[in-house]
Ligand binder design. Structure first.
Ligand SMILES: Nc1ncnc2c1ncn2[C@@H]1O[C@H](COP(=O)(O)OP(=O)(O)OP(=O)(O)O)[C@@H](O)[C@H]1O
Ligand SMILES: [Mg+2]
Length: 352
């Protein structure tokens, strides 16, 4: 068990700064997730921790050891890949025991270890089959089993659930979290799926273009996004973000005006982005809410509807839990609690 510390770690591929001065501390026993869009440097960061890539600058520590130049087998990490990387010509038992056989662990110790892990992951009946003879969800468990037998100090997961269908993914996600809690092994997890990140993690680091945007527990990432990028990336449907400026205590974008309260912390006339989540906008009859608009689109989702309301030419999404019939073009209004507003300054950083 160990903490993982990155200090100003950078990795450049040609013109791409895949990882740009990233500093972070994953605590001992923590489930820590790197979240961000495709190409933001998640896999590269993980590969740097694994030792599959060497950092151009910066240091990486696992526990109290500086591992920046230590080869992968000596880092005491175990990685689970998106495609599981099972060897097709080996049985499940051979796949799981492979890292131990590489290390020349005695056969009886291997058999004990594989048996114990297989029992824990409930894959004992599969041990003599080939990878092609088991389902995707079972392959995923086998990949986790292969990581577990190594008794690593740190698990590295690179989108390990993305090959599973929706239902299996939820199941596998709970299972992973359960296993991680039970073993208490530090986990560094990579995903582009914000729902998964929020559901699994003790803390989340949001990355963009190789840089850290915010590191915080899931609730804080959702409630107080540090900048407009995080605000727009985390949450589904995404937060409404409107670009405009602040004049006095008002946010203005063309004819769209919203009172943002006393001291918005921005000079009058400064460019700003106003944010409000669709779940914080209440759809009301015309005249009842602060913002008047008309219904522009309705997207039924079974248990709720995502309604687009045009407010002075600005489209705002609202989540409506009731399944009442809504008519396109109907005048309505939106009500919200002013404390649910987010305001970001000209540099995109949060100001309230
Ligand atoms: N071996 C490589 N050679 C050249 N460029 C690379 C290499 N590996 C990654 N990159 C570049 O570095 C950047 C970060 O890539 P990385 O694979 O870390 O992103 P990612 O966040 O894991 O994306 P995804 O969600 O698509 O897996 C990208 O611009 C990518 O093209
Ligand atoms: Mg990746």
């Amino acid at each position: 068990m160990a903490e993982v510390v990155l200090e100003k770690v950078s990795k450049v591929f040609g013109a791409a700064r895949a990882v740009d001065e990233v500093s972070l501390e994953v605590r001992d026993g923590e489930f820590f997730t790197l979240l961000g869009p495709s190409g933001c440097g998640k896999t590269t960061t993980l590969r740097l921790v694994a030792g599959l890539e060497l950092a151009d600058s910066g240091t990486i520590r696992i526990g109290s050891r500086d591992v920046t130049r230590v080869p992968p087998p000596e880092r005491r990490i175990a990685m689970v890949f998106q495609n599981y990387a099972l060897y097709p010509h080996m049985t499940i038992a051979e796949n799981i025991s492979y890292p131990l056989r590489l290390r020349k662990v005695p056969a009886d110790a291997i058999a004990r270890k594989v048996g114990a892990v297989a029992e824990k992951l409930r894959i004992e009946p599969l041990l003599l089959r080939m990878p092609s003879q088991i389902s995707g969800g079972q392959q995923q468990r086998v990949a986790v089993a292969r990581a577990m037998v190594q008794d690593p100090q740190v698990y590295l997961f690179d989108e390990p659930l993305s090959n599973l269908d929706f239902k299996l993914r939820l199941e596998a996600r709970r299972f992973l979290k359960h296993i991680q809690r039970e073993t208490g092994v530090t986990a560094l997890y990579v995903t582009h799926d914000q729902t998964e990140a929020l559901a699994l993690s003790d803390r989340v680091a949001v990355l963009k273009d190789g840089r850290l945007m915010q590191v915080a527990p899931p609730e804080e990432i959702y409630r107080r996004p540090a900048n407009a990028f995080v605000a727009g990336f985390v949450g589904a449907p995404a937060m409404n973000l409107v670009e405009g400026e602040v004049l006095g205590s008002r946010f203005i974008s063309g004819k769209f005006r919203v009172e943002v309260g006393g001291e918005p912390g921005l000079a009058s006339g400064a460019g700003a982005t106003l944010g409000i989540r669709p779940e914080h906008l209440e759809l009301k009859p015309a005249g009842a809410g602060a913002l008047a608009g008309i219904i522009d689109d309705v997207e039924p989702q079974g248990h709720e509807q995502i309604v687009t309301v045009l407010v002075n030419e600005v489209p705002l999404l609202a989540r409506v839990i009731e399944t009442q019939r809504l008519k396109l073009g109907e005048p309505v209004s939106l009500r919200f609690d002013p404390s649910a507003l987010h305001l970001f300054g000209p540099d995109g950083n949060r100001v309230n």
